[in-house]
Design a binder for this molecule. Sequence first.
Ligand code: LMR
Length: 393
Amino acid sequence: MFETLQPAAPDGILMLMSLYRDDPRAGKLDLGVGVYKDVDGKTPVMRAVREAERRLHKSQATKSYLGLAGDTVFNELMIGVVFGDKADRARLRAAQTPGGTGALRLLADLIRLSRPDATVWVPDPTWPNHMPILRAAGLKAQTYAYFDAENGGVRFDAMTEALEAIPAGDVVLLHGCCHNPTGADLSLDQWRSVARLLAERGLTPFVDIAYQGFGEGLEQDAAGLRILAETVPELLAAASCSKNFSVYRDRAGAALILGSNKAEADTAYGQLLGIARGIWSMPPDHAAACVRIVLEDDDLRTDWKAELEAVRQRMMSLRQGFADALRRHSNSDRFDFIARQRGMFSRLGISAEQVAKLRADHGVYIVGDSRFNVAGLPGDRLDDLAAKIVSVL
Ligand code: LMR
């Protein structure tokens, strides 16, 4: 049977992880995969999560199954984190998933079940795993205009024009915040305009919110999604706890759905859980249980928010410091956009050959489209890094 298979195309981000691991050079620098790193280059377990793990270890008396939706308290709490206090809970449902990717796949399968002929429109560019996930679910996927490489912002007129041309009944994938890979986000006015457009044209938003808390703040980063939820009848959202709770490998996320009314939300939710039964049956518990413990406890929640905010502030100052260093070394404002963008990623806007040269000559690892992980920037060696980048231009 296996003789029929062709070698799998490598994932550009994950391939970089193994290339980096195998590089023997001492001064190598990993700016590839999106994980937060502290000043020592470590990806720490957050304080509140560590304490939650301790409490879980002490109190958990069984590892018996929880059910298709996972931890239902976690699910309710995640609705609060993502949709806020004013959420229309009668129309909202959540299912715990293995990471944000699990949520994306589950929701893609739900789209396929509800509207088998729908096309899902994704921004150009988008996270390289979006298209494969959508296609694996049997959906058609196409791009709409999004990023303005000239000024590092959003081509909003072109985006609007593209969305206006999408046939009713299709689905539009939007990054809730911290656009991956560009760091270019919509303003609140632009979110309002997109929300109106989607509602008028009968398009369903599918929001990937994997970096809530990494951009403008925990509440601010969900503001666009909340505007959508107030405006459109139905919405799908994939949330991740990988980054904002730093539980990457333990895999916790949530598939969230907003139905037109309670009955439709219930029906869609029942189908969603049926799909989960056919994929992983029941989601892994550990990270979601820890997130639940953190969110349920006032002190732990406060501490988590404070640590998350410190992480965000550090990334903001790395953005500014890096843009300043590049300005000094390139003698130009070419890279100033880095300070204006938000979240974990930006693109340097250099060619694939220059990216390869940066890796070969200097051991600096960034993704082939020139995306780099802001959180991996070495705060004390930004000038050194800027000089290396300028040397390959
Ligand atoms: C990234 O974009 O680097 C992260 O979302 C990790 C991944 O799975 O690609």
